[in-house]
Write a protein that binds this ligand. Structure first.
Ligand code: G3P
Ligand code: MG
Length: 261
């Protein structure tokens, strides 16, 4: 097991599913736009095709975001390659459903860090983690920050076994009462939580325990400033020790402009 400790730092502003407020979520276009908007880090969701190829997509089903139907995990990679993932955003017509490999290439070219959320279909945890870890070994540019996270804590345990040196974030809604035991059990240096329910007291406690804290999904600039510990009368860019380390947002350009970074 890796014995690294302390927060696994990503960035103060992380583009959630790419710049997903302005481009189709979890697409190469959204990731590229995030880079254009000055983001140095993105978050994506990853699951696998029927033949075990990692694809970047949030839902179990293809229907909401693509012109496909049914479960992603029941389609082959060759079938998924033919889909259009621009649903609802006509300006991006023809945007493919990206393979994780293509995302790694883009992030390397743009010099961006990554929070890779492992999003396995129930029952496919082991295959999903194995496919992702194999690709990370083969293709991830090791000089760039990479943190795994997952609501599937068993997936985090498998990722820990497979790639112990890749840091992990425990992904939760509200902070569970047993956060200390859970982060210890899964060897997590971070906790990634819902920004809407995190209290200043919880933030202080988690920081004192040496954890990195990242909050989703924060699209309101004032909420972002509060969570990051930036008060009105402070110079832009100053962050109190008591704040969270970063926030996930669908609008990285808007938040960077407001926060002055
Ligand atoms: O990883 C942070 C956030 O993306 C978790 O929720 O549903 O947007 O993947 P979700
Ligand atoms: Mg996610």
């Amino acid at each position: 097991m890796s014995d690294a400790t302390g927060p696994a730092l990503l960035a103060r502003i992380i583009a959630h599913r790419g710049a997903s407020g302005d481009a189709p979520e979890n697409t190469l276009a959204a990731l590229s736009l995030a880079a254009d908007h000055g983001a140095s880090c993105v978050e994506i969701d990853v699951s696998i095709s029927a033949d075990g190829v990692p694809f970047v997509h949030h839902d179990d089903k293809l229907d909401r975001c693509t012109n496909g139907q049914g479960l992603l995990c029941e389609h082959s990679a060759a079938e998924l390659d033919l889909l259009d993932a621009s649903k609802g955003m006509a300006d991006f017509a023809g945007e493919p459903l990206p393979r994780l490999a293509a995302v790694f290439d883009l992030l390397e070219a743009r010099g961006m860090g990554l929070n890779l959320e492992i999003k396995p279909r129930k029952g496919l945890e082991e295959k999903t983690v194995e496919a992702i870890c194999t690709l990370v070994e083969e293709r991830w540019p090791s000089h760039l920050p990479l943190v795994f996270s997952s609501f599937s804590w068993s997936s985090l345990a498998m990722a820990r076994e497979r790639l112990p040196d890749t840091p992990r974030g425990l992904l939760v809604g509200g902070i569970p009462d047993d956060w200390e035991a859970l982060t210890e059990t899964y060897g997590c240096r971070n906790i990634h939580c819902d920004g809407a329910s995190l209290t200043p007291a919880q933030t202080r406690e988690l920081r004192q325990a040496g954890l990195g804290i990242y909050c989703y999904t924060v699209n309101d600039p004032e909420q972002a400033a509060r969570l990051l510990g930036i008060s009105d009368d402070m110079q832009a860019g100053h962050v109190e020790d008591a704040g969270v380390h970063g926030i996930f947002t669908d609008y990285p350009k808007l938040l960077a402009a407001y926060l002055g970074t």
